[in-house]
Design a binder for this molecule. Structure first.
Ligand SMILES: Cc1cc2nc3c(=O)[nH]c(=O)nc-3n(C[C@H](O)[C@H](O)[C@H](O)COP(=O)(O)O)c2cc1C
Length: 211
Protein backbone atom coordinates (compact mmCIF):
# COMPACT_ATOMS: atom_id res chain seq x y z
CA UNK A 1 0.00 0.00 0.00
CA UNK A 2 1.48 3.31 -1.06
CA UNK A 3 0.78 5.30 2.07
CA UNK A 4 3.36 7.03 4.29
CA UNK A 5 1.81 5.85 7.57
CA UNK A 6 1.57 2.23 6.40
CA UNK A 7 5.22 2.41 5.26
CA UNK A 8 6.22 3.62 8.72
CA UNK A 9 4.36 0.90 10.62
CA UNK A 10 5.82 -1.65 8.23
CA UNK A 11 9.30 -0.26 9.05
CA UNK A 12 8.68 -0.83 12.76
CA UNK A 13 9.26 -4.19 14.38
CA UNK A 14 9.65 -5.39 17.94
CA UNK A 15 13.35 -4.64 18.45
CA UNK A 16 15.28 -7.36 20.26
CA UNK A 17 18.69 -5.69 20.18
CA UNK A 18 18.92 -1.97 20.85
CA UNK A 19 22.04 0.10 20.24
CA UNK A 20 22.94 1.16 23.81
CA UNK A 21 24.92 4.16 22.53
CA UNK A 22 21.89 5.78 20.87
CA UNK A 23 19.61 7.84 23.08
CA UNK A 24 16.33 9.62 22.44
CA UNK A 25 16.65 13.39 22.58
CA UNK A 26 14.57 15.14 25.25
CA UNK A 27 12.24 16.24 22.48
CA UNK A 28 11.79 12.68 21.18
CA UNK A 29 11.13 11.36 24.67
CA UNK A 30 8.58 14.10 25.32
CA UNK A 31 6.83 13.28 22.07
CA UNK A 32 6.55 9.58 22.94
CA UNK A 33 5.23 10.35 26.43
CA UNK A 34 2.80 12.93 25.11
CA UNK A 35 1.38 10.36 22.66
CA UNK A 36 0.77 8.10 25.67
CA UNK A 37 -0.76 10.90 27.72
CA UNK A 38 -3.14 11.78 24.86
CA UNK A 39 -4.38 8.21 24.45
CA UNK A 40 -8.12 7.75 24.98
CA UNK A 41 -9.46 5.90 28.02
CA UNK A 42 -12.89 4.79 29.16
CA UNK A 43 -14.73 7.81 30.68
CA UNK A 44 -11.47 9.67 29.97
CA UNK A 45 -10.47 8.67 33.49
CA UNK A 46 -6.77 7.95 32.79
CA UNK A 47 -6.29 5.44 35.60
CA UNK A 48 -2.68 4.94 34.64
CA UNK A 49 0.88 6.13 34.97
CA UNK A 50 4.00 5.87 32.84
CA UNK A 51 7.17 5.24 34.80
CA UNK A 52 10.22 6.32 32.78
CA UNK A 53 13.15 4.26 33.99
CA UNK A 54 16.48 5.92 33.32
CA UNK A 55 18.63 4.75 36.26
CA UNK A 56 21.04 2.06 34.91
CA UNK A 57 21.35 0.32 38.31
CA UNK A 58 17.58 -0.05 38.63
CA UNK A 59 17.40 -1.24 35.05
CA UNK A 60 19.95 -3.98 35.77
CA UNK A 61 17.69 -5.27 38.54
CA UNK A 62 14.65 -5.03 36.30
CA UNK A 63 16.41 -7.00 33.57
CA UNK A 64 16.73 -9.97 35.95
CA UNK A 65 13.00 -9.67 36.58
CA UNK A 66 12.37 -9.69 32.83
CA UNK A 67 14.02 -13.02 32.04
CA UNK A 68 17.27 -11.29 31.13
CA UNK A 69 15.78 -9.52 28.11
CA UNK A 70 18.44 -7.05 27.01
CA UNK A 71 15.96 -4.42 25.82
CA UNK A 72 15.42 -3.54 29.48
CA UNK A 73 18.99 -2.28 29.89
CA UNK A 74 20.04 -1.46 26.33
CA UNK A 75 17.16 0.64 25.04
CA UNK A 76 17.45 4.38 25.49
CA UNK A 77 14.56 4.42 27.97
CA UNK A 78 12.34 1.81 29.52
CA UNK A 79 8.71 2.77 29.95
CA UNK A 80 6.69 0.83 32.51
CA UNK A 81 3.00 1.28 31.89
CA UNK A 82 1.07 0.99 35.14
CA UNK A 83 -2.54 0.87 36.28
CA UNK A 84 -3.87 2.90 39.18
CA UNK A 85 -5.11 0.72 42.03
CA UNK A 86 -8.21 1.24 44.18
CA UNK A 87 -10.10 3.58 41.90
CA UNK A 88 -12.89 5.14 43.96
CA UNK A 89 -14.60 8.40 44.83
CA UNK A 90 -11.39 10.24 45.65
CA UNK A 91 -9.84 9.71 42.23
CA UNK A 92 -13.15 10.29 40.45
CA UNK A 93 -13.43 13.63 42.30
CA UNK A 94 -9.93 14.53 41.23
CA UNK A 95 -10.96 13.86 37.63
CA UNK A 96 -14.22 15.80 37.94
CA UNK A 97 -12.34 18.78 39.43
CA UNK A 98 -9.85 18.63 36.57
CA UNK A 99 -12.63 18.67 33.95
CA UNK A 100 -14.32 21.62 35.70
CA UNK A 101 -11.04 23.55 35.73
CA UNK A 102 -9.95 22.72 32.19
CA UNK A 103 -13.35 23.37 30.61
CA UNK A 104 -14.43 26.19 32.90
CA UNK A 105 -17.69 24.51 33.94
CA UNK A 106 -19.39 24.10 37.31
CA UNK A 107 -18.75 20.91 39.24
CA UNK A 108 -22.53 20.60 39.75
CA UNK A 109 -23.03 20.30 35.99
CA UNK A 110 -20.88 17.16 36.09
CA UNK A 111 -22.80 15.39 38.86
CA UNK A 112 -24.65 13.01 36.49
CA UNK A 113 -21.38 12.02 34.83
CA UNK A 114 -19.77 11.48 38.21
CA UNK A 115 -22.65 9.30 39.44
CA UNK A 116 -22.49 7.25 36.26
CA UNK A 117 -18.81 6.57 36.79
CA UNK A 118 -19.20 5.75 40.47
CA UNK A 119 -22.12 3.38 39.75
CA UNK A 120 -20.07 1.60 37.16
CA UNK A 121 -17.22 1.10 39.64
CA UNK A 122 -19.56 0.02 42.45
CA UNK A 123 -20.59 -2.91 40.29
CA UNK A 124 -17.00 -4.01 39.80
CA UNK A 125 -14.77 -5.98 42.16
CA UNK A 126 -11.21 -4.67 42.66
CA UNK A 127 -10.07 -7.43 40.31
CA UNK A 128 -12.53 -6.34 37.64
CA UNK A 129 -11.44 -2.72 38.03
CA UNK A 130 -7.82 -3.74 37.57
CA UNK A 131 -8.76 -5.73 34.50
CA UNK A 132 -10.63 -2.71 33.13
CA UNK A 133 -7.69 -0.40 33.78
CA UNK A 134 -5.32 -2.89 32.19
CA UNK A 135 -7.29 -2.69 28.96
CA UNK A 136 -6.85 1.08 28.96
CA UNK A 137 -3.10 0.74 29.45
CA UNK A 138 -2.88 -1.39 26.31
CA UNK A 139 -4.56 1.37 24.31
CA UNK A 140 -1.86 3.70 25.61
CA UNK A 141 0.76 1.16 24.53
CA UNK A 142 -0.72 1.18 21.01
CA UNK A 143 -0.55 4.96 20.84
CA UNK A 144 3.08 4.94 22.00
CA UNK A 145 4.09 2.27 19.49
CA UNK A 146 2.37 4.10 16.67
CA UNK A 147 3.92 7.45 17.61
CA UNK A 148 7.37 5.86 17.74
CA UNK A 149 6.96 4.35 14.27
CA UNK A 150 5.63 7.60 12.86
CA UNK A 151 8.71 9.42 14.15
CA UNK A 152 11.45 6.92 13.32
CA UNK A 153 11.91 5.79 16.91
CA UNK A 154 12.28 2.10 17.65
CA UNK A 155 10.38 0.27 20.35
CA UNK A 156 9.64 -3.12 21.81
CA UNK A 157 6.39 -3.85 23.65
CA UNK A 158 7.09 -6.39 26.40
CA UNK A 159 4.98 -8.62 28.58
CA UNK A 160 7.85 -10.95 29.36
CA UNK A 161 8.54 -9.77 32.89
CA UNK A 162 7.46 -10.48 36.44
CA UNK A 163 5.12 -7.62 37.40
CA UNK A 164 5.32 -8.44 41.13
CA UNK A 165 9.12 -8.19 41.10
CA UNK A 166 8.96 -4.99 39.06
CA UNK A 167 6.52 -3.50 41.57
CA UNK A 168 8.83 -4.46 44.42
CA UNK A 169 11.88 -2.91 42.76
CA UNK A 170 10.01 0.27 41.80
CA UNK A 171 7.90 0.38 44.95
CA UNK A 172 8.83 3.84 46.22
CA UNK A 173 7.94 5.50 42.98
CA UNK A 174 4.90 3.45 42.19
CA UNK A 175 2.91 3.66 45.37
CA UNK A 176 -0.70 2.94 44.45
CA UNK A 177 0.15 1.62 41.00
CA UNK A 178 0.96 -1.76 39.45
CA UNK A 179 3.02 -2.48 36.36
CA UNK A 180 1.23 -4.12 33.47
CA UNK A 181 3.28 -3.86 30.28
CA UNK A 182 6.65 -2.46 29.22
CA UNK A 183 7.73 -0.47 26.23
CA UNK A 184 11.45 -0.18 25.57
CA UNK A 185 12.20 2.79 23.31
CA UNK A 186 15.44 3.65 21.54
CA UNK A 187 17.19 2.75 18.31
CA UNK A 188 17.84 -0.64 16.73
CA UNK A 189 21.32 -2.14 16.72
CA UNK A 190 22.88 -2.83 13.32
CA UNK A 191 23.20 -6.45 14.40
CA UNK A 192 19.61 -7.14 15.26
CA UNK A 193 18.75 -10.28 13.29
CA UNK A 194 15.07 -9.57 13.74
CA UNK A 195 15.24 -6.48 11.53
CA UNK A 196 15.79 -8.68 8.48
CA UNK A 197 12.94 -11.05 9.22
CA UNK A 198 9.85 -10.72 7.09
CA UNK A 199 6.82 -9.45 8.93
CA UNK A 200 4.34 -12.26 9.49
CA UNK A 201 0.69 -11.29 9.33
CA UNK A 202 -2.31 -13.38 8.28
CA UNK A 203 -3.82 -12.34 4.95
CA UNK A 204 -6.63 -9.77 4.91
CA UNK A 205 -9.27 -12.42 4.10
CA UNK A 206 -8.45 -14.17 7.38
CA UNK A 207 -8.43 -11.08 9.56
CA UNK A 208 -11.17 -8.96 8.09
CA UNK A 209 -14.74 -10.07 7.67
CA UNK A 210 -17.51 -8.03 6.13
CA UNK A 211 -20.95 -8.83 7.45
C1 LIG B 1 1.64 -7.18 24.51
C2 LIG B 1 2.92 -7.61 23.85
C3 LIG B 1 3.90 -8.22 24.60
C4 LIG B 1 5.13 -8.58 24.01
N1 LIG B 1 6.14 -9.07 24.81
C5 LIG B 1 7.37 -9.23 24.27
C6 LIG B 1 8.48 -9.55 25.09
O1 LIG B 1 8.38 -9.71 26.30
N2 LIG B 1 9.69 -9.66 24.49
C7 LIG B 1 9.87 -9.48 23.14
O2 LIG B 1 11.00 -9.58 22.67
N3 LIG B 1 8.82 -9.17 22.34
C8 LIG B 1 7.59 -9.03 22.86
N4 LIG B 1 6.54 -8.66 22.06
C9 LIG B 1 6.76 -8.46 20.62
C10 LIG B 1 6.00 -9.47 19.72
O3 LIG B 1 6.63 -10.71 19.78
C11 LIG B 1 5.96 -8.90 18.32
O4 LIG B 1 5.26 -7.68 18.34
C12 LIG B 1 5.26 -9.86 17.34
O5 LIG B 1 6.03 -11.02 17.19
C13 LIG B 1 5.02 -9.23 15.98
O6 LIG B 1 6.24 -8.81 15.41
P1 LIG B 1 6.55 -7.29 15.03
O7 LIG B 1 6.07 -6.45 16.18
O8 LIG B 1 8.05 -7.26 14.90
O9 LIG B 1 5.84 -6.96 13.77
C14 LIG B 1 5.32 -8.35 22.63
C15 LIG B 1 4.29 -7.76 21.88
C16 LIG B 1 3.13 -7.36 22.48
C17 LIG B 1 2.08 -6.65 21.65
Amino acid sequence: MNNEYIKKITWRYAVKKFDPSKKLSDEQLSLVLEAGRLAPSSFGLQAWKIAVIKDPEIRKKLKDAAFGQTQVTDASHLLVLCIRKNIGEQFVDHYINTIAKERGVNISSLSGFKEGMLNSFLQKTEEEKDEWSTRQVYIMLGFILSACAENGIDACPMEGFDPKKFDEILKLKLDGFESRVLCAVGFRSENDEFEKMKKVRFPKEEIITEI
